[in-house]
Design a protein around this ligand. Structure first.
Ligand code: UDP
Ligand code: MG
Length: 246
């Protein structure tokens, strides 16, 4: 079975199209499937819509978080309850097209245990694009693991990988693409064109985006810690000498 995990925060404008496009694309996935919709404390009509889907369609499961925890925790909750042999993570705003998924699943069937999406084009503002590009390059440069460039959360993971992430990696800060890279196994990238958000506003505020970037940098690199050590030594030794002198 294929599990599709989708975090949802105030996506009432997108949910109907998301559900329809997923359901239409489902025959191309070649297996039974479940849609694990994780409500991350939405304040709009999202939860009611998801529950209506679940009532009418046994493929749909709804997970409700007790409040808004954020994108990464919502994904973590979803993969924890997903039952599939392959687990897909995608966004709920249709930036990750359901129609592309069969290409990723084909790679999984070839034997790859992580198939992650690489964005060829981003349809976002110039400044945001530049910031993303810089972030991934800094992360790759200073991190202690190999995190692929320009790949987000959109991916297929084998059951083995998800079990490893869920059961063996108890980190509090769940930067999913980092955990995924750290887990190892055979990984391959597949390129795709990232669409624009279908409707509604971006749910990632600037503050949340910065937080995500910092989680990635601090969670997967000892560079910031070493930097603090070097700075400490660099400042304290001269201070000590100056102290003695006076
Ligand atoms: N999302 C979430 N909790 C949040 C923020 C976002 O579950 O606190 C979901 C959102 O509904 C969407 C996905 O995470 O399905 C990505 O969010 P968004 O499109 O706003 O961010 P982007 O990555 O496109 O900037
Ligand atoms: Mg988006």
């Amino acid at each position: 079975m294929i599990s599709i995990v989708i975090p949802i925060y105030n996506e009432e404008e997108n949910l109907q199209a998301l559900y329809t496009r997923l359901t239409n694309a489902a025959p191309s996935w070649g297996d039974d499937y479940e849609l694990v919709l994780v409500d991350d404390g939405s304040r709009d009509n999202s939860l009611a819509m998801m529950r209506a889907f679940a009532k009418a369609d046994e493929h749909v499961r709804v997970v409700r978080l007790s409040r808004n925890f954020g994108h990464q925790p919502a994904i973590s909750a979803g993969i924890q309850v997903a039952k599939g042999d392959a687990i897909v993570i995608m966004d709920g705003d249709l930036q990750d097209p359901p129609e592309e998924l069969h290409r990723f699943l084909a790679k999984w069937r070839e034997g790859y245990e992580v198939v992650y999406a690489i964005r060829t084009k981003r349809k976002e503002g110039l400044l945001k694009k530049a910031a993303y590009k810089a972030f991934y390059r800094i992360l790759a440069w200073i991190s202690d693991i190999e995190i692929p460039l320009d790949s987000g959360d959109f991916c297929v993971m084998d059951r083995k990988v998800v079990d490893t992430i869920v059961k063996e990696m108890p980190e509090q800060v769940r930067f999913v693409r980092g955990l995924r890279a750290y887990a190892g196994f055979s990984q391959i990238g597949v390129t795709y064109e990232r669409a624009e958000r279908a409707a509604g506003e971006v749910k990632y505020t600037f503050k949340k985006l910065i937080q995500l970037a910092l989680d990635g940098l601090f969670g997967f690199s000892s560079f910031p810690l070493r930097l603090a050590t070097y700075l400490g030594v660099f400042i304290s030794i001269p201070s000590f000498l100056v102290g003695i002198f006076f």
